[in-house]
Design a protein around this ligand. Structure first.
Ligand code: FPP
Length: 242
């Protein structure tokens, strides 16, 4: 049986539909979603998760109405100024992955400060995918690798899976063991395309603002019931654990 996932990734989906169901404006759902996230960070750490990655803002999210994008940027900025101290107190180490280009200078500065402040912490790594997309990540890794090949630093024959992983924005983290997506959607939506190759997927119809510790435990129970074979057969996995 697996224990708690070492690396949990979450697509926090359904804030907008949750608001609509309550006849409230969409930003209500985002605010409620942030409150849920704070609880889940704590719950995940308590359950022994070492890496928690959340999809906070995708590159494609810039296409949303400008009022919603502005609200989300304000929400991220205020969350960073209000909540980072508490994460720091709990020994959590913050990281941001994604394209730094296009992020407002104020927000970028807060992100960098939060990373610096928490860099020496020994608790759970909390990784926020912000202005992120899986294709962007693979593209920037390809560019960095091509540069090294062109300069002679790396031989073409050395461009292998390990090198690609080492040039992704997640190079310092293991691949996710479990992906949770809320709101009933069952797709990756350009999240960690390379890194999710062998992750288990847990889908729940609950909207993200309704997600709670009980649902997290259901996801972990599902994960613990899975046999992870990584391309091998059951007997090989069983003999490893015997
Ligand atoms: C998806 O719901 C949610 C988002 C795009 C934003 C998620 C952001 C938060 C919960 C706040 C996180 C804050 C920090 C600091 C990490 P949706 O709007 O796509 O919902 P819908 O599919 O029902 O429209």
């Amino acid at each position: 049986m697996n224990s708690s996932p070492q690396h949990l990734a979450i697509v926090m989906d359904g804030n907008g539909r949750w608001s609509k169901h309550q006849a409230k404006p969409r930003h209500f759902g985002h605010k409620a979603g942030l409150d849920v996230l704070k609880k889940i960070i704590e719950a995940a750490a308590q359950r022994g998760v070492r890496y928690l990655t959340v999809f906070a803002f995708g590159i494609e999210n810039w296409l949303r109405p400008s009022t919603e994008v502005s609200y989300l940027m304000e929400l991220f900025l205020s969350a960073l100024s209000r909540d980072v101290a508490k994460l720091h107190e709990h020994g959590i180490r913050l990281h941001f992955i994604g394209d730094k280009k296009g992020i407002h200078a104020d927000l970028l500065q807060s992100m960098q400060k939060a990373e610096e402040l928490t860099a020496a912490n020994q608790g759970m790594h909390f990784i926020v995918a912000f202005n992120y997309s899986g294709r962007w990540d693979i593209q920037q890794a390809c560019q960095a690798l091509t540069q090294k090949v062109l300069s002679g630093e790396l031989a073409l024959s050395d461009v292998n899976e390990a090198q690609i992983s080492a040039h992704l924005s997640t190079a310092q983290f293991p691949d996710p063991d479990l992906l949770i997506r809320t709101s009933g959607e069952q797709r990756i939506s350009n999240f960690l395309l390379w890194q999710l190759s062998y992750s288990e997927f847990y889908f729940t119809p609950k909207y993200w603002p309704d997600f709670d510790e009980a649902e997290l435990d259901c996801a972990f129970a599902f994960y613990q019931s899975r046999e992870r074979r990584f391309g091998q057969i059951s007997e090989q996995i069983e003999s490893k654990h015997a």
